[in-house]
Design a protein around this ligand. Sequence first.
Ligand code: 26Q
Length: 823
Amino acid sequence: GVAEDDVRTACEPEALKRAFLDHLLYTQGKTLEIASHNDIYLAVAYTVRDRLLRRWSHTSSRHKRHGTRTVAYLSAEFLIGPSLGNNLLNLDITDALRETLARLGIDLDELVRREVEPGLGNGGLGRLAACFMDSLATGEIPAIGYGIYYEYGIFFQTVVDGWQVENTDKWLRFGNPWAIHHPEWGVEVKLGGYTEHYTDDVGRFRVRWVPEKTVWGTPFDTPVAGYKVSTVNTLRLWRAEATEEFDFSVFNRGDYLGAVNKKVTSENLTKVLYPNDESHQGKELRLEQQYFFVACALRDMLRILEHRGLPVTEFPRAFAVQLNDTHPAIGVAELMRLLIDEYLVPWEQAWEATRATFAYTNHTLLPEALERWPLELFKSVLPRHLEIIYEINRRFLNEARIRFFGDESRVFRLSLIDESGERYVRMAHLACVGSHAINGVAELHSTLIKEQLLPDFYAMWPEKFDSVTNGVTPRRWVVLSNPGLAALATEALGDEHWIRDWPRIAGLEKHADDAAFIERWQRVKHTNKRSLAALIRDETGVVVNPDSLFDVLVKRIHEYKRQHLAVLHIVTRYHRLKTQRATDMVPRTFIFGGKAAPGYVRAKLMIKLITAVADVVNSDPEVRDLLKVVFLPNFSVSKGQCIYPAAELSEQISLAGKEASGTGNMKFAMNGALTIGTMDGANIEICQEVGAENFFAFGMSADEAQRLLRSGYYPRDLYRDDAELRAAIDLIRGGFFSRGDAGLFEPLTNDLLNEDRYMLLADYASYVECQDRVDAAYRDARQWSRMAVLNCARSGRFSSDRSIAEYARRMWHTSALPDTGHG
Ligand code: 26Q
């Protein structure tokens, strides 16, 4: 493809300049003299997009010609982050474009820095989908990501008086140059209504779904380039609008305002991303969103199949559909509906095809996060799907009765319908039954799925259960975010192969004892810390010391992630400083970031606790620069890119057994931060890889935590018996951090003393003791940096390239389709 670059898409400086100026004038309608920052950004983006599209059209025709299996990654979230820098990197035109623009007086790096990112995801799950899209393209695996083109992404967080305030994220305000709208590939999606069973004119039993309403879905395609390969895959996100017939019918009745109103209602469907992760609420609009994008995706796959001249029975050979959690699990029933009702495929054959098509990734064990839809609600939105689910369930339970002869309680537990109280559809059960493969996202998590979450399914189909440990893309999380480290790695390793083959980073290990290398490593880290300090000053006004230990906890705010355990530790340090002249303490800067779901009152109070402690500690002259606490507002992909490279200590302190994997932990390790963490999620594997001597492990194991909980857990006893813990909790609940308002943090402190579901008090002593060992280790800067280098060098397993290779081989049965240049 690249060889055929024409005058429009060539990558030499002259061609880039021509293209940029053309777009500025003919797309933006501006000359350089009057162009705004946004005009220039858009013209640059269009210049880059042209080059993506040239490769994209080659990739599409190659995929069509070869007819290999395409991965369809279905996800309600894709948290892709800013695009410009990443596309330049993957197209390998950063330097050429930087030079070209510099000659026109334009600073490319500033354009990259100021890009506003689409926040089309909540956190880990959405970001994982984005890393996977990068690795799929880099691995040249034919793939399409399917999701929702939300008009409003995750809210923009500000902090007012220490409290989180949510602001709307109207990310499309200045235009989105990366996506191309394709109204011609629009599809109609039915919702609500009822079904009619009838016999057709040739005597077949048929079902007709008579919907209450229909909406029109149209795709926005974002090209996703692989790193220095010609493959460009597609991220296809769907937007809902009113159907035309629908409008006409109302117009004809003369109800103009009514018609406009219905149009608005249709558009509501993809208006906003639900900002709560890990807590499911049975909201009708959310179910409609899920069905909407899945119905669009499957219709689109059928269109592609037809375009390739293949019959519908070839569906599983043409597509491997991966369900990113249960959010798209309705796809199982939808594919069945399409095959049975519309293509008249017999049930058994349709079911076999469906199972061969789908695979399901679980991302959580938390009971409150498992999706269940009240039966009545489900029926009112998807009446036909409920019938199909009943039939899937009837056949499945008959199979289970034979397999588990006489064990009706097991059949009850396996059912797709929860009948223990109010009746619900269990989406995880639907996903399990309808998939040929089910996986967790880290070793421990996959074990717990088999033993605790879905033991009855595991007993029935042990061969379906698998584990694929998450990974993150080293392109964004090292090369783009940490250019200093990237340059050092390339120099030390002699080439850039590590960028596409991350395990080669192991080659840094032999430099871990080389004083000159360590010195350069430290300079890189220090530079990154200075940039983060500048960002912190700009955003919060707090001045932090770049020579202090940067101790970072960034992730969604949740009780199970235990940000308040970190606060207890900080308060303990503060208490030591005030009561003992603890002058030998290592100066630390504690950096927090993360969003709380707007309706999650406790999590918002945890933010207030962090900022309240920060206010007191930061302004106490006695503390000097031994302790600084900052809450950096609006943690996002862009913020992450500034934070991970500057971090020295990565806080991964969830209660063991609660964090499915974590992926921030991997970004930190790759950037040479040491982890202080529990034996939870992928922390366990990170500890294994980097070596226990280079990892600060603390707290109970998942087993120990469960045993303690079962044998009777009394947090108040721990409070009574540990003077430092008591002092910390008493300072908080006595109102010391809330101007005497003793009631403010009571919901948190009372809970810790009485229930403490996430067992902070049980892990507190171990955590504080471990933090003391961190201090001791940090005092020896050479030794600390050595450990940091080893963390990076031994993070080879945590590239999403490895995760994708495992999915491709074990669940998708698909492989790379590289561009040989020979057609
Ligand atoms: C569900 C129903 C209704 C509304 C919202 C939701 C919803 C939305 C987002 C439920 C869950 C999420 C996100 C979950 C998530 O991010 N999980 C994280 O996934 C990461 C990638 O596998 C893991 O590393 C984390 O451990 C896990 O918490």
